[in-house]
Design a protein around this ligand. Structure first.
Ligand SMILES: [Zn+2]
Length: 390
């Protein structure tokens, strides 16, 4: 499959992704985010915030795959390590720098926030080195780079002490402080060039018992806070369009609108920000309210999103049409070429908002179509059984 690129004029040169492992949404958002003053400022005064809804199993690996690759992988691989998984995909020498502690450092009996401190200190060292070492400096100054922080303290503390313990709650504070320092130092390193996008989220939440894995909201509701290059300014709060679960008010977060996403939506958002191709197997829908660019940019980004999912759909369709004797195509996309052409014409005529709406509609239809072929065998097996029975 050919990769699909977002619009060329990407707003960010680099992206910083913070994943706080096992941070459940309510624990950071409640009481108007009093435990995270730095992130609160970003959520309410500078960027956009919301809940990122994960799928089951609420485990680290599927969570990270959804965030970075935009798809929900099957259950078989849940126990694999996170960082080595990323290095597999980066075949080219020098494309990735990775720092990780030995796994015996994940000691569940003490305060897990030392794991985060380790990560933050390593990054300090790395940045120091980059300001002295020209090769490293050049690497870090390239465009389209992603700096990824996997912060494991909260998960460790949640398992050992439960998510309502002082140790877990204080860890939110130390993560907030650590991130504040990272941002300050990065901004200084890049001379406040306003070309960095920041995304803060979690891979999964945590139950009161200190476990995760199932679909309870404590496990599936994670925070999302985005700010910086290409990210929209805060949206006005509107009780009419607020998610109906009552959480926004319960958390005292009604200052600015809460914009929820599905976890896989973060992947195409990140691609759009730094201008790298949409991940090939992504089923994420770009959360347009997170994007602060103009209508033309958003229309083109939505069209890219639609094209990328359409390509997956066409591959699936081809596979099915070749293996099924009585092939029944997905009717709503028989005229996909016409649909694409219509959107492209709207963009050419500068009807951007309309093009965006049509693209969003096409994304949904393509996702329907993907589901149709994914469950095709099951659907037709069922119809054979039901027509075969007396
Ligand atoms: Zn865990």
């Amino acid at each position: 499959m050919e990769p699909v690129f977002p619009p060329k004029n990407s707003p960010a040169d680099r992206l910083v992704l913070f994943v706080a492992d096992g941070l459940r949404a309510d624990k950071i958002f409640e009481n108007k985010m009093k435990r995270a003053p730095f992130l609160k400022e970003k959520a309410i005064q500078e960027g956009v915030w919301g809940v990122s809804h994960t799928r089951v199993p609420t485990e680290s690996r599927p969570g990270h795959v959804a965030i970075i690759a935009g798809f929900y992988e099957d259950v078989s691989a849940v126990t694999k390590d996170i960082l080595p998984m990323f290095s597999h995909g980066t075949s080219k020498e020098g494309k990735m720098e990775m720092f990780m502690y030995a796994s015996d450092a994940e000691d569940f009996t003490t305060d897990g926030s030392v794991l985060d401190t380790w990560v933050f200190e390593k990054f300090d060292e790395f940045l120091d080195n980059a300001s002295k070492n020209i090769t490293l400096f050049d690497q870090l100054s390239q465009k389209k780079i992603c700096i990824f922080f996997h912060l494991l303290g909260l998960d460790t503390n949640g398992h050992a002490h439960r998510p309502f313990s002082e140790t877990y709650l204080n860890n939110i504070n130390s993560v907030d402080e650590g991130i504040s320092n990272v941002v300050k130092k990065l901004e200084k390193f890049f001379n406040n060039d306003r070309k960095t996008s920041y995304i803060f989220t979690a891979d999964h939440g945590m139950s009161d018992r200190g476990s995760h894995g199932d679909g309870h909201p404590d496990n599936t509701q994670t925070p999302l806070i985005a700010w910086g290059a290409g990210i929209s300014k805060p949206h006005k709060y509107d009780s009419g369009s607020d998610p109906e679960d009552g959480l926004t008010a319960k958390w005292d977060m009604t200052d600015k609108a809460r914009i929820d996403v599905n976890q896989a939506d973060i992947a195409p958002l990140m691609s759009t920000l730094i201008g790298v191709p949409y991940p090939m197997n992504s089923v994420g829908r770009i959360p347009l309210k997170y994007i602060g660019e103009d209508e033309e940019f958003k229309a083109k980004a939505s069209l890219g999103n639609a094209k990328q999912i359409l390509r997956q759909y066409l591959v699936k369709e081809k596979e099915k049409s070749q293996t099924e004797i009585f092939f029944k195509p997905f009717k709503k996309l028989l005229q996909w070429e016409l649909k694409l052409k219509t959107i492209e014409e709207l963009i050419a005529k500068e009807f951007y908002k309309k093009a965006e709406l049509k693209s969003v509609e096409l994304v949904l239809t393509c996702l329907d179509g993907l589901r149709y072929y994914q469950t095709y065998d099951w659907l037709f097996l069922r119809s054979i059984i039901s027509t075969g029975s007396p």
